[in-house]
Design a protein around this ligand. Structure first.
Ligand code: ADP
Length: 426
């Protein structure tokens, strides 16, 4: 809105300026050609930004050339080398100074000066150029260069300043985005920690009654095996369902239990390869093409190899499952961390159905699953293990274009081995 008003103001100023030029006729009768050329200059000046939008690459050169031509026509029709309208040449000179760097500006100014000087050559056959006349022309030419240099310097400084502000705004926006991401991850960690605490409590409480039910069912089976087949069958159901519940409680505890990290300095790539092999062995018939993009000279990272392999295996398995029926491509990349803090960044990107925006945070919650036979503990365990290693995991996904899990593992302490029980919040 503001920009449009600026343009309107500028257009008005241009019209006023050109009307002034048209009205004044120093030492001349009213000349139709002059008015027409001024109208052409005015019209081009007003529509120049549209012309540049239409031809952004070469438009700037054409614009300066056109202004030199129109300026020369004006000078030609108002007395040639004698014309007081030679000042119109400031127009192409200033335009070039605004559009180009200093060397191109000087070249365009030289071309403009040559156009002006060409009027001298024109009259040389009839008149002689006196020393005074030549000096006057040289002086005018020098002023063209002066204007070019001053405007160019001003515009360059302005442009640098604008770039500085733009960069600053971009950095601020990026910092803000990272802050929001970090807040979201912190919220997720807190949520998972609280859920972990709840799960651990519940699982402990369930274990004892389950053991009693299982023991009683087995005793019943033994005692009544020969007398009542129906009771034996029912006791068998109790026993197998208790086994299922026990398995679930074990997974519950797996998620909730504080991890005891056995950390060593390790290379990431062998862990990735093992996890890819595990996913392939689990889904040998899946038509999944695996693309590896591993940077060279990856740093070693202090981590618990067994747990981190579980992380990679979960991500690879999920990707295989997502693409299982139709097939697709799983691209795994590993590179040194881009923020210069050390550590590595790993991505698992598949071409499956992707994850809808509204589910992208929920998938990290325990027991969230969209699979018929899923348990929904995979990603919550992944998230927790990554948290325990003081890294982060994020997911991006365009619907229909697959999912990309992006994780960062810090380099960790450089001690050869370390052992740590991570109990944050649990
Ligand atoms: P589960 O695999 O048992 O469902 P997870 O915690 O591993 O549990 O995954 C939770 C949910 O996240 C999945 O049910 C699925 O909806 C979604 N998900 C995970 N990985 C992908 C993926 N690569 N592509 C699409 N959806 C995914």
């Amino acid at each position: 809105m503001t920009q449009r008003r600026n343009f309107a103001w500028m257009d008005l100023l241009w019209l006023a300026f050109l009307a002034g030029l048209a009205a004044l006729t120093p030492g001349l009768d009213v000349i139709l050609h002059k008015q027409l050329i001024l109208i052409a200059i005015g019209a081009f000046q007003i529509f120049e930004h549209r012309f540049l939008a239409w031809l952004p690459e070469r438009g700037r050169c054409y614009s300066v050339i056109l202004k030199i031509l129109l300026g020369s026509l004006l000078v030609y029709h108002t007395g040639g080398i004698q014309s007081s309208y030679y000042l119109i040449y400031f127009l192409p000179v200033v335009t070039a100074a605004m559009y180009f760097d200093i060397w191109a500006t000087l070249a365009w100014t030289a071309l403009t000066s040559a156009a002006y000087w060409s009027f001298v050559i024109w009259v040389l056959s009839e008149y002689e150029l006196t020393g005074e006349g030549a000096e006057e022309l040289a002086l005018r030419t020098l002023f063209f260069f002066l204007a070019a240099i001053v405007v160019n310097r001003f515009v360059t400084e302005n442009r640098e300043q604008a770039k500085l502000y733009r960069d600053l705004a971009e950095t601020l926006a990026e910092t803000n985005r990272r802050l929001e991401q970090a807040q979201e991850e912190a919220r997720r960690s807190e949520r998972l920690a609280a859920l972990g605490q709840l799960s651990a409590g519940l699982a402990h409480e369930l274990r004892n009654p389950l053991a009693v039910i299982k023991g009683s069912a087995e005793t019943l089976t033994r005692k009544l095996a020969s007398t009542d087949p129906l009771t034996t069958e029912l006791a068998g159901y109790i026993s197998s369902e208790v086994n299922r519940m026990n398995a679930l409680v074990t997974r519950f505890l797996d998620f909730a239990r504080p991890h005891h990290l056995e950390q060593h300095r390790e290379q990431i790539l062998p862990l990735i390869e093992q996890s890819l092999k595990a996913a392939h062995d689990r889904w040998p018939d899946a038509k999944v093409e695996v693309e590896r993009q591993f940077a060279e000279n990856l740093p070693e990272v202090t981590l618990d190899g067994e747990l981190i392999e579980r992380v990679f295996a979960n991500l690879a398995l999920n990707a295989y499952e997502a693409m299982g029926s139709t097939g697709g491509k799983l691209r795994v990349t590993v590179a040194p961390s881009s923020d210069g803090k050390g550590g590595v960044e790993i991505t698992f990107q598949d071409t499956g159905p992707g994850i809808p925006a509204e589910l992208r945070e929920q998938i990290f919650n325990p027991f969230f699953t969209t699979k018929e036979a899923g348990v929904g503990l995979g990603l919550s365990i992944v998230s927790k293990i990554v948290d325990d290693h003081r890294g982060w995991i994020r997911v991006t996904s365009e619907p229909g274009q697959g999912a990309c899990f992006h994780l960062y593992l810090p380099e960790g302490r450089s001690a050869e081995t370390s052992s740590e029980v991570v109990t944050d919040g649990i």
